[in-house]
Design a protein around this ligand. Structure first.
Ligand code: NAP
Length: 352
């Protein structure tokens, strides 16, 4: 839109008085400035306002705040509630913090986003006075397991509420430089058929699309199957390595650096999160068993080789063995090897 106005230059006004009969020329003063009669910009404002959501983040810890920062940056109205008092952190983001869940629900958010720990999700959901929300509220969650919240929300929420289960496959650590290209998994578990409900769900998903996430629609069951193989395995290896207390060494290989990063990435998340991945993903137990078998097989392979060498020394080169026996140091070595062999046979059933 082009805004026109008479030239405000006084010399021009003087000239203008002398030549009243002339038509007043207009000059371009600004481009695209919103004017009361500017219907184009008014329509745009209305469209923008319509696309904005009122989102209540329930569970305003590490991940809840991380998400909220981007929601706020995109211009959505943010409400927050948590067990702890996060009023200051919320104010810094531009969110309103409600200690009392009743006050939160009376604000009638469009979306309630469950971002509590997996272990506390059921208890937290029970504390929400659902009757104070609008009947058509959209409930979404970001729990790192999916079948559990799906079943929980389906059983706990009135049938009028919409349900969207999601899992942003990244965290404050791995996505500290942005969300572009990172996978965002979602399952539209129950979205009403009305245009308004469909649009509300899509507008929520668009938040992640706008940040460049790779949007992946899949069932909660498929998600849990795949993440046991990837996410739970990653966290488990990271936590096993952490128990070894690896130290940064100045001649560490690239592979070793990757291991150190893995330890940092996984151990920065709470143990509750890891525990939740195990407790609430039925595929996790099987993965742990397979990991155990794989480790045992690997050790068998190593100790089996060691034992073969020892047997060769004992039975195939008896002269050398006699020599060995005469040398106390090498004899000690032989005994240690023999004990090791026994230990392996006992623990890993390696046949002589
Ligand atoms: P978390 O340890 O899984 O959860 C912390 C949140 O749970 C805090 O808001 C905490 O509230 C709340 N909470 C814990 N125990 C509670 C209890 N007994 N009663 C009430 N609230 C309780 O850490 P997180 O990283 O913030 O993760 C939050 C959710 O996002 C989890 O479901 C996680 O699986 C999911 N997620 C996390 C990541 C990630 O990278 N971190 C990525 C994707 C999805 P207070 O702080 O108020 O105590």
């Amino acid at each position: 839109m082009i805004s026109l106005c008479p030239n405000p230059n006084p010399s021009f006004l003087h000239l203008h008085h002398r030549h009243r009969h002339r038509r007043r020329p207009f000059f371009v003063r600004s481009l695209d400035a919103a004017q009361p009669f500017d219907f184009e910009s008014q329509a745009l404002d209305r469209l923008n306002a319509k696309s904005k959501l009122k989102i209540a983040v329930v569970g305003f810890g590490n991940f809840g705040q991380f998400l909220a920062r981007t929601f706020a940056a995109q211009g959505h109205t943010l409400l927050a509630h948590s067990r702890s008092d996060y009023s200051t952190a919320a104010a810094a983001i531009g969110a309103s913090f409600f200690r009392d869940p009743h006050d939160l629900c009376e604000q009638h958010p469009d979306v309630v986003l469950l971002s509590t720990s997996i272990l506390s999700a059921a208890d937290v959901l029970n504390t929400l006075p659902l009757g104070r929300l609008r009947r058509s509220t959209l409930f979404a969650d970001v729990l790192s397991v999916k079948e559990f919240p799906r079943n929980l929300l389906l059983s706990a929420l009135p049938s009028d509420f919409d349900i969207l289960c999601t899992h942003p496959m990244f965290g404050p650590e791995s996505a500290r430089h942005g969300w572009a290209g990172l996978p965002f998994v979602f399952d539209k578990v129950r979205i009403g058929e009305s245009e308004e409900r469909i649009s509300r769900c899509n507008r929520f998903l668009e938040i992640f699309e706008k940040e460049g996430c790779r949007m992946v629609e899949m069932s909660c069951a498929e998600h849990d199957h795949k993440t046991a193989e990837s996410q739970f395995l990653t966290h488990t290896i990271g936590r096993i390595l952490a128990k070894l207390g690896p130290e940064d060494v100045d001649i560490g290989t690239k592979g070793y650096q990757t291991l150190l990063e893995l330890v940092q990435n996984t151990c920065n998340d709470s143990f509750d999160l890891y525990n939740g991945l195990f407790m609430y993903n039925k595929n996790a137990t099987e993965l742990l068993d397979r990991l155990d078998v794989a480790f045992t097989e690997l050790k068998k392979e190593l100790f089996g080789n060691l034992h073969d060498i020892l047997r060769k020394q004992l039975f195939e080169n008896p002269e050398e063995s006699n020599e060995l026996i005469k040398q106390p140091k090498r004899w000690t070595c032989l005994v240690i090897n023999f004990c090791l062999g026994l230990f392996v046979r006992q623990n890993y059933q390696v046949l002589l």
